[in-house]
Design a protein around this ligand. Structure first.
Ligand SMILES: [Zn+2]
Length: 181
């Protein structure tokens, strides 16, 4: 999780970092007191899927902190060298061991408080042979009625699932853009 003023040491030389406004800038930046390298901090993308089988959605129970033991859609930090869609597919394979056909962007949720943007894609499960990876305790299909609404790990997961089941009733899935306070 990216928190403001979290950088203590320079990634280039190991020197001490101080937060100050560089010339021609307008906000504090982590600036090395030794080699003057400026370390810019910007929001990170979290990418994942809503894997669907009939009227059910695949959730993973987290084996790692934060929110160990709670349920989430398969998702994680985007890596360099991949698109958002490729990252979402990779996370679905890594966390759930699920085979899916990607179906397009579904939600884009700004989580300004922690400096993240979460993007979820709809995905059609090709089978129900799941093989959860080390980051998941289990992977299981849930319908709207038996979904563990009180044991969800993240608010972006909750928002995406609420939107999904609401859209499912109308049969119209559009891209939703929103902010999580
Ligand atoms: Zn330095």
């Amino acid at each position: 999780m990216l928190l403001p003023r979290s950088i203590k040491h320079c990634r280039a030389c190991g020197g001490e970092v101080r937060y100050e406004v560089p010339a021609d800038d307008n906000r504090d930046r982590a600036t090395c007191t030794v080699c003057t390298t400026i370390h810019y901090e910007n929001p990170l993308n979290v990418v994942g899927t809503v894997p669907v089988w009939d009227d059910k959605v695949l959730l993973c129970r987290r084996a790692i902190e934060p929110r160990r033991g709670l349920w989430t859609l398969p998702a994680g930090f985007m890596e360099l060298g991949e698109t958002t869609e490729q990252g979402a597919l990779r996370e679905t394979i890594e966390e759930a061991g699920a085979r899916v056909e990607m179906q397009g962007l579904y939600t884009l949720l700004n989580v300004v408080r922690v400096g993240q943007v979460h993007l979820f894609y709809r995905a059609r499960l090709l089978d129900t042979d799941f093989d959860p990876g080390p980051e998941s305790l289990e992977a299981r299909l849930f319908g709207e009625a038996d979904l563990p609404w009180d044991e969800l790990a993240f608010r972006t997961t909750r928002r995406t699932l609420e939107l999904f089941f609401a859209d499912r009733r109308t049969g119209r899935f559009e891209v939703h853009v929103g902010d999580i306070a």
